[in-house]
Design a protein. Structure first.
Lengths: 407, 285
């Protein structure tokens, strides 16, 4: 079951909001609905399923409705229409007291401008959620100290927020959200107000924390690189509507429309795309059963000067060059064994392209990609690497299919 | 030529005031008794120690809240009042100001809170406060006398009406100025409105609220002097005596004592407002 289930969520600001929703449902455009009712549609017909333990990123430019959307999840903004289920419970029907109970026990939030309480110490800030839940002093203190330790703020408990740097203040914000043990974390542009180096650091820390805590995180951002770095899945919003949902690679390789395509243009592809997503079917491959003659023939017909060598189980053994094969033929060798060189760099499919540059420069052969069993599943030739970075359409990884390899 | 008919607003107000006196006389008597009791006892308390002891205490307070220099200034200037033989009048005025301020703040702050949380209350309250503040202060004295007779009580009541608006206004402003994201943060953890108000909004609005209280005190002081006309006593009576006898000396001495009290009250309450920021509210971890 999904942790968070949004069904046809609309949020329209203004007096005639219900009327605007009706118009939008009838297919009227956002601009026209606004013109005809005076109400401002911020979120239009969004349905999403967010899975347990997922770091789900909602991305869009300002005015795309992303902050409004995340605020409907804990009903800081009442959705105008649609239902929201949290772990199977429809929270749009809850009364004020029940809603407060959900907020204090299951959903916590981190804000763009930190939203710390300036008149309270760091420890008192972190303890807020527990104080709301009327936990005893010792429990409050213990759990908020633990949360502060998790985010690396040990020793700052008695400071006031304005004595801390921006990054540290947001760590307090994070600690405040973690202290309640809520398993859903809403992060509204949590790192956008930080300068780039600190932002990177916080992103790394969030990923690290998530590895141990396995919260369900909804992370809002306008920064595509951030979305790609963090998101298990990414939802792209435009003008209040959902444009595309998918993994970072889905969105990069197969943008749903021109808007998404132009959006992803500037992404640092080398960090998002992996070897597995760009690799090609290995052509210049020969097995250890084949003799030097077969190898020579293959090289001639493919017009290459080297071949990868695999055994009967498609495990990579190394490579041979035309010189070595020629030497082996002169010595009338029956097998290729003597000619195989093993100084070959292998990579696994989930390595980002950025890490392929150095190995690609060191060998004239396509880089072999191995699965976890050491089997050759594809190759990344230099030209493919360059094409992928340039945003050219790359053949989808049909290399994964075992059929038709020459040897 | 078209003659615009006269609308008898004055008569209507007269009738209204008469009706109130006839029907709510008992209530007004009760209020009068309470206020008189409070003012009398506070005045007795202030006059109980010798002037020099109270002057020293006030100097100490001024030192704690602000600085040594201001403490010394307060001590010396209070003794100066005593040397002008205006000590009793000053303490009488001080007790009127304190009581009027307490009442004005007790009414004004809850009104401000209500206005901050409800648009309708806010839009209803605003013109009423404007009216209260811009109506010439003397006008309040007239119905106050009809309701409460001559003396300290109508002075206090008129002062409360005149001085209350800043308390309500600045409380509303202070609460509205609290960063929405901070309030959202407090609510997002499931805090009920009362808790958000008590632990987040009010503490953060405190400097602004205290600025309002400071203004209430200043307005109260100026009004209490005017209330001297209706027999509220104190320095106001002294200044009024100077006016009726055209005696510049008497008027000036009374006025000077008012200024000294004003400086003391203004500076001490201003420091409470600005130092309040770092003081965590009582009852938190």
């Amino acid at each position: 079951m999904s942790t968070i289930q949004l069904r046809n969520i609309y949020k329209v600001f203004g007096r005639r909001s219900a009327e605007a929703v009706e118009l939008l449902r009838d297919g009227v455009s956002r601009e026209e609905a606004q013109e005809r009712t005076g109400a401002v549609p911020a979120v239009i017909d969004i349905s999403l399923d967010i899975e347990p333990g997922e770091l789900f990123v909602v991305m869009g430019l300002s005015g795309s409705g992303k902050s409004t959307l995340v605020r409907t999840i804990n009903r800081l903004h009442e959705p105008t229409a649609g239902t929201i289920e949290l772990k199977g419970r429809d929270i749009t029907r809850l009364g004020p007291a029940e809603l407060r109970e959900v907020r204090s026990s299951s959903v916590s939030m981190v804000f763009q401008h930190f939203a710390l309480f300036p008149h309270r110490t760091v420890l008192e800030n972190a303890a807020w959620g527990l104080e709301v839940r009327r936990r005893g002093r010792s429990e409050r203190e213990e759990r908020s100290r633990e949360a502060l330790r998790l985010v690396g703020l040990e020793g700052w408990e008695d400071s006031y927020p304005d004595q801390l740097s921006g990054g540290m203040q947001q760590r307090v914000g994070l600690a405040r959200a973690l202290a309640t043990d809520a398993d859903v974390l809403l992060m509204d542009e949590a790192f956008s107000a930080l300068d780039p180096l600190i932002r990177r650091e916080m992103q790394d820390q969030l990923v690290e924390l998530q590895d141990t805590l396995h919260k369900t995180i909804v992370f809002i951002t306008h920064d595509l690189n951030e979305a790609m770095r963090l998101g298990d899945r990414i939802a792209v919003l435009k003008d209040g509507r959902l444009v595309q949902v998918g993994t970072a690679e889905d969105i990069l390789q197969d943008p749903a429309n021109d808007y998404v395509a132009s959006f992803v243009q500037d992404v640092d592809r080398s960090r998002v795309l992996t070897a597995g997503s760009v690799m090609e079917k290995p052509q210049a491959v020969i097995t250890t059963h084949d003799g030097p003659r077969a190898a020579m023939r293959a090289m001639r017909s493919l017009q290459v000067s080297g071949l990868l060598v695999v055994d009967a189980h498609r495990k990579l053994r190394g490579y041979v060059t035309d010189d070595d094969v020629a030497t082996a033929m002169r010595h009338d060798a029956k097998s290729l064994e003597s000619a195989i060189r093993t100084d070959v760099a292998t990579i696994s499919p989930d390595v980002p392209l950025v890490e392929l540059f150095v190995p690609a420069a060191e060998t004239p052969l396509p880089l072999p990609v191995e699965d976890e069993h050491g089997r050759l599943v594809g190759v990344v030739p230099r030209v493919t690497l360059l094409a992928a970075l340039g945003g050219q359409a790359v053949d989808t990884p049909d290399a994964l299919q075992e059929e038709d390899h020459r040897g | 030529m078209v003659e615009i008919p006269r609308i008898p607003i004055g008569e209507r107000v007269d009738e209204g005031v008469d009706w109130l006196t006839d029907n709510l006389g008992g209530f007004f008597d009760l209020v009068a008794d309470q206020v008189r009791w409070l003012v009398d006892h506070l005045e007795d308390l202030l006059l109980w120690p010798p002037a020099i002891v109270l002057a020293a205490l006030m100097g100490l307070l001024a030192w704690r809240l602000r600085s040594v220099t201001f403490g010394a200034f307060t001590f010396v200037s209070m003794l100066f009042i005593e040397s002008m033989t205006l000590w009793e009048e000053s303490m009488s005025t001080l007790s009127l100001v304190v009581i009027a301020t307490l009442v004005a703040v007790a009414v004004g702050i809850p009104l401000g809170i209500a206005a901050a949380s409800n648009e309708r209350v806010s839009s209803l309250l605003r013109p009423v406060l404007d009216f209260m503040q811009t109506m010439p202060a003397f006008v309040y004295l007239i119905p106050a006398i009809t309701f409460f007779g001559i003396g300290a009580v109508p002075g206090v009541v008129a002062t409360v009406v005149f001085a209350m608006p800043p308390a309500a206004r600045l409380t509303e402003l202070g609460i509205r100025q609290v960063d929405t994201e901070v309030v959202e943060a407090a609510e997002s953890f499931g805090a009920p409105p009362r808790q958000v108000l008590r632990k987040v909004q009010l503490p953060l609005a405190l400097p602004t609220i205290m600025a309002g209280v400071n203004q209430v005190i200043m307005l109260a002081l100026s009004m209490v002097v005017i209330a001297g006309i209706v027999g509220a006593g104190g320095l106001g009576a002294e200044v009024f005596r100077g006016i009726t006898r055209l005696d510049v000396g008497v008027g000036f001495e009374g006025g000077l004592a008012v200024v000294i009290l004003a400086v003391f009250l203004d500076r001490t309450t201003a420091s409470i407002g600005s130092s309040g920021r770092r003081t965590p509210p009582a009852g938190t971890a």
